[in-house]
Write a protein that binds this ligand. Structure first.
Ligand SMILES: *Cc1c(COP(=O)(O)O)cnc(C)c1O
Length: 458
């Protein structure tokens, strides 16, 4: 007898092509099919329960099973399921969400252009940034400087702005006019420098690049306040102040990609608040709607608004679903929940510090070379040698092993190479954090045992 799971897996094999997946490899095993969720927990079609340490894909900020969000979508969809914001029209939820975003964003950021995702937000940023300079008589000021191992999405502009070499290999990327400097990843690339020395050095690469290209060619610098998909890389304390100084000195625009950091993840509304930067543009998505419906946006500063709203003429850019009323209604309710339940404050003062304390305990494990984190996002490095930071070989295999042990032990933890990542819902309780840590410890023990038994060797 075949189970529901086996039937679904077979159909999946036949018809469903997955993102970021080696389909041949997956089809040999079969997909895990997630069919139910509540709070911080997921269940698959075999009834296996897991604590979702990744909040979906960094997005389910308020947790699963929130009837308020379902009701907001239902109400809006029965009243007006769709209308656009083209042709001098819009809808009430789009307006109200824009107002709410201006309220929670840094003081100098009061405008938003809506998109359907983080990738679309970064495509939008690329065009708005270049248009900003072009309408001021500087069309040649068009190069955007980014970082290697940055993640800015998967569309043509998003993946080009991103610095993932393996993504650039497919589809003829990156597009012209984007430059990538080295990242502030001390554990991997810092050598004998202190983190502070290294952070400063990596920030100064921006100044070198500006001078090499000529400031008249450089439009903007883009960076995630902390690199998420690249491995929760938290820049040394010296990094962002120096980047801000350089952007100010040369008058280039600063784009903070807030798609992961936005809406409380780091213990402030935005990563820009946590790292003390003053961005001109902020792409947002993910936590904006807690993933209940797809929506993103590009927020921009008053300095940029001055030009885009008064001097730029018609913007020849927009999406059918820019400001989608049902998605906007859900996002608005989601932000109200974050405010009403004081989730940002809770991350800053209670669960954030608690998780960081407990996460640090994992550093005692023989496989762990570093633990790091801020707010409710953490990473650890699996290594062969704790003191020399020497990696396990082959690269990434231990990470995959550890991730699979986590899954069987009832914890969703992500692996980027040999870096293990968590970014749980902002609603996670102290008890659930304890459970997460216990499961992570057990999975690290299982990984070590497997390695000792030769699991990395074949
Ligand atoms: C996920 C992500 C994106 C892309 O968002 P999508 O909604 O997947 O298109 C962009 N930037 C950052 C920093 C992200 O983490």
């Amino acid at each position: 007898m075949t189970t529901t799971t086996e039937k679904l897996q077979e159909l999946d094999r036949q018809h469903h092509f997955h993102p970021f997946t080696d389909q041949g490899d997956l089809n040999k095993k079969g997909t895990r099919i997630i069919s139910k969720a509540d709070g911080v927990y997921l269940w698959d079609t075999d009834g296996h329960k897991m604590l979702d340490g990744m909040a979906g894909l960094w997005c389910v900020a308020v947790g699963y099973g929130r009837d308020e969000l379902v009701e907001a979508a239902r109400q809006q969809m029965s009243e007006l399921p769709y209308y656009n914001s083209f042709f001098q029209c819009t809808t009430p939820p789009a307006i109200k969400l824009a107002e709410k975003l201006a309220e929670v964003a840094p003081d100098h950021v009061n405008n938003v252009f809506f998109t359907g995702s983080g990738s679309e937000s970064n495509d939008t940023v690329l065009r708005l940034v270049r248009h900003y300079w072009a309408v001021q008589g500087q069309p040649e000021k068009s190069v955007i400087i980014s970082r290697k191992n940055a993640y800015h999405g998967s569309t043509v502009a998003g993946a080009s702005l991103g610095g993932m070499g393996y993504m650039h290999k497919q589809g003829g990327l990156p597009i012209p006019g984007i430059e990538h400097i080295d990242q502030p990843y001390w554990f991997e690339e810092g050598g004998d420098l202190t983190p502070e020395e290294f952070g400063l050095q990596r920030a100064q690469l921006l100044e070198e690049k500006i001078l090499e290209l000529g400031v008249e060619k450089v439009a903007a610098f883009i960076g995630e306040p902390l690199q998420g998909a690249g491995g929760v890389i938290i820049p040394p304390s010296t990094y962002w102040p120096e980047i801000q100084r350089i952007c100010d000195k040369y008058g280039i625009l600063l784009i903070a990609d807030e798609v992961i950091c936005g809406f409380g993840r780091t213990g402030n509304w935005f990563g820009s608040d946590t790292f003390g930067i003053k961005p001109d543009f902020m792409p947002i998505a993910k936590g904006l709607s807690s993933g209940y419906l797809p929506i993103g946006g590009v927020m921009f500063s008053d300095r940029v608004a001055e030009v885009l709203k008064n001097e730029a003429g018609e913007i020849n850019h927009g999406y059918t679903y820019s400001g989608h009323p049902a998605a906007a209604a859900v996002a608005l309710k989601n932000l109200e929940i974050i405010q009403d339940e004081k989730l940002v404050e809770r991350v800053a003062e209670d669960t954030g510090p608690y998780l960081q304390d407990r996460w640090q305990e994992l550093l005692d494990h023989p496989l762990v070379g570093e633990t790091r984190g801020v707010g409710l996002v953490c990473a650890l490095e699996l290594v062969k040698d704790k003191t020399t930071r020497e990696r396990l070989a082959p690269d990434g295999k231990a990470g995959g092993l550890c991730r699979d042990f986590c899954t069987s032990n009832g914890l969703v933890m992500r692996a980027t190479g040999d870096i293990m990542l968590i970014s749980p819902p902002l609603t996670i309780t102290r008890d659930e954090i304890d459970e997460l840590i216990e499961k992570a410890k057990k999975s690290l023990d299982d990984t070590l045992k497997a390695i000792e038994a030769g699991a990395l060797e074949d």
